[in-house]
Write a protein that binds this ligand. Sequence first.
Ligand code: NAD
Ligand code: ZN
Length: 359
Amino acid sequence: MYRNLKVVPRVVFGRGSFDQLDAILEPQRKGSGIMVFILDDFFTGKALDKRLPLRDGDLVLRVNVDHEPKTTGIDALTQQVRDFCGEGRLPDGVIGIGGGSILDTAKAVSLMLTNPGPSHEYQGWDLIKFPAIYHVGIPTLAGTGAEVSRTAVLTGPVRKLGLNSDHTVYDQVVLDPDLLEGVRETIPEQWFWTGMDCYIHNVEALCGTFVNEYARAFGEQSQVLCREVFLDHHAESDEKLMMASYFGGMSIAYSQVGACHALSYGLSYVLGLHHGIANSIVFDYLEDFYPEGVKEFRAMAEKNHIQIPRNLTSGLTEAQMEKMVEVSMGMIPLWENCLGKDWQQKMSRDRMRRFFERM
Ligand code: NAD
Ligand code: ZN
């Protein structure tokens, strides 16, 4: 069976397009009229905060993302929205404005408002029963592809796993490159880590056994854009990175990520590292799998004066090392994509452990 891919049905792209948001939301205000804006609290009091197209009765949730989203946090936010709306009422829309963490938070809240019980019960594939509240994603960092993906990645009591479903996909995205302004200058490392998430998505999709022309078309173009951004510092880098992220997300949506993401999930689970930086740490050791990609990645790091953190696992306990291996071993489709159906013959627990010991 071929995948019947659900994609984002409506996209606005362009500088200043954020100001169209009020007009986009207007026709959706047909029930309670309430819109819930979930804003990265980095923007509290900043210009973007003041540009939210608020109407009477709307709710703004300013959410901190120092830690990546957790199921408990999602449940608390969902309850806050319910309490605000009152018995028997729901908002007409949930709008997420921020990086991947906020994009996933807004997706998850929009799902949990219509699906009963705690969010950790929906970590997995196609467990969501009812369509979400209308939801809009507006990225302010580019790279994760969360704006187009069918998952909202959450850390739960037992595992870090997404709410993967067709209902998770945004109804609308607004891609305004103006919102990336200053990211490279003010948080150059974060800009790089999140951008490399995209670059790595492409390498893993393009080198994977699951690749097909659909995934390749998006992945190759995304790589072209990544090179223009991270090697050439093109004048229109914000536009290019925003589209690279979108295309990278489209590429893995119809293929899969690979060894880097599999190992990076283990590393972040134990060390609490964020997704982008964990991927960069791991990728630097994967020349056996992705020789060309790793070479180019290193050139990008050098060009942007980025030091990849090292020596992170030497002080870990035996139990922590084993947990890392266990989490990574569990990423079966990712290993299959990278190494083929007989991946276990090529990636033993020992070999995996040795990768982690070097990091
Ligand atoms: P992030 O959302 O975690 O944000 C990183 C930091 O950048 C935060 O401190 C944030 O406040 C700040 N920030 C955001 N926008 C900014 C701006 N314009 N200017 C200055 N600071 C800004 O980072 P991310 O790398 O975009 O997202 C990582 C998250 O995305 C992880 O939780 C990961 O699990 C998730 N993810 C999801 C998918 C998916 O398909 N759903 C894919 C990959 C990663
Ligand atoms: Zn990723």
